[in-house]
Design a protein around this ligand. Structure first.
Ligand code: ISE
Length: 334
């Protein structure tokens, strides 16, 4: 018996998830591709052999021939479509962020608690990346001593959308670091300060953030959506007894003309291909067994990332340090 999965959103991420489901997720079938743009949905569906297409996300979620859903539509649709999946009793892998608004994340958590079970897995796939998992193991192994700081930078070749802003760097790109740093350090954030340097052109300048954790650690995050040279994400965790740093992942080194060089990925889809694959296989197990995967991010994690993003945008706009105000963690998510 195969698990029939519908992918909502046929853009960059939706097409990538659809390809994973169709070609690299044993036990699953790409049942349907949905997008407001019918031609875009049809192009992805035809390329990957999906049974059907749709332009109606709510209708797709209700269909009897859809067992599970992957949401990869625009960020503002993530929370309402996740709530529709919960109401329909269907498990969903929701691309990050769960919502750009922490208040919407609370509504989704309330819907899950009312339903009495977890339905939503959030697409914070960095947790599945070998580099971050080795960092987490190095910390839990005790050799680093107590963690003091974590430095992070996240560089894209260019902004994923023409209307991308500094605030979106915080609400769309930075949630990866907000989540994975929490996951590695096993802590929460107490405050955030966000800054931007001035570029000489009209492109979105990097956003540089300094965060304090509730355990007195310092975290800095650089989000540069117009780095130009390559897709480059790295981190270094500094403890009282040692440090662990992430290397740039390169499978070859080119030696030529008295020089050596290694390459960068063009974007996240190839750099994190293995992490997406592992995340999506965990999602399939979640759908078939009902057991939420230990590595995966849930709605509480989605809420935490959105809450620190809200505070980060406030800090960027007001030019001051902003405390991160969170609700009490519901027992349901303990
Ligand atoms: C994009 O939405 C992603 O999720 C990528 O992982 C990230 O690198 C990029 O900055 C985001 O815009």
């Amino acid at each position: 018996m195969t698990t029939r999965i519908a992918v909502i959103g046929a853009g960059l991420m939706g097409a990538d998830h659809a390809k994973i489901v169709a070609e690299d997720l044993p036990g699953a079938t790409l049942q349907l591709v949905c997008d407001r743009d019918e031609a875009r949905a049809r192009a992805v569906a035809n390329a990957l052999g999906a049974s059907d297409i749709s332009t109606n996300p709510e209708g797709v979620i209700a269909r009897h021939d859809v067992d599970a859903v992957i949401i990869a539509s625009p960020d503002f649709t993530h929370a309402p479509l996740s709530q529709a999946c919960i109401a329909a009793g269907k498990r969903v892998l929701c691309e990050k962020p769960l919502s750009p608004s922490s208040a919407q994340c609370v509504a989704v958590m309330e819907a899950e608690q009312k339903a009495g079970a977890k339905f939503v897995q959030i697409g914070f796939m960095r947790r599945y990346d070998r580099s971050y998992q080795e960092m987490k193991r190095a910390l839990s192994g005790g050799g680093l001593g107590r963690p003091l700081m974590m430095h992070n930078f996240h560089r894209n070749v260019e902004t994923p959308a023409a209307d991308f802003t500094g605030a979106m760097a915080i609400t769309n790109s930075a949630p990866h670091e907000f989540d994975v740093v929490r996951y590695v350090l096993d802590t929460e954030y107490a405050s955030i300060s966000a800054f931007q340097p001035k570029r000489s052109d009209a492109r979105v300048a990097p956003v540089f953030m300094v965060l304090q954790t509730v355990d007195g650690q310092l975290v800095n995050i650089e989000i540069n959506n117009n780095a130009a040279y390559g897709y480059d994400v790295r981190a270094e965790l500094i403890g009282e007894q040692g440090a662990v740093a992430m290397n740039n992942v390169a499978y070859t080194r080119l030696d030529s003309a008295l020089a050596q060089s290694t390459g960068y990925d063009a974007d996240w889809r190839t750099r994190y291909a293995d992490a997406y694959r592992r995340q999506n296989r965990d999602f399939l197990r979640f759908v078939t067994t009902g057991e939420f995967p230990g590595t995966a991010a849930d709605c509480w994690d989605g809420y935490c990332a959105a809450t620190v993003a809200d505070a980060g945008v406030k800090s960027l706009n007001e030019g001051r340090n902003v405390s991160v105000q969170m609700i009490e963690k519901p027992e349901f998510y303990a």
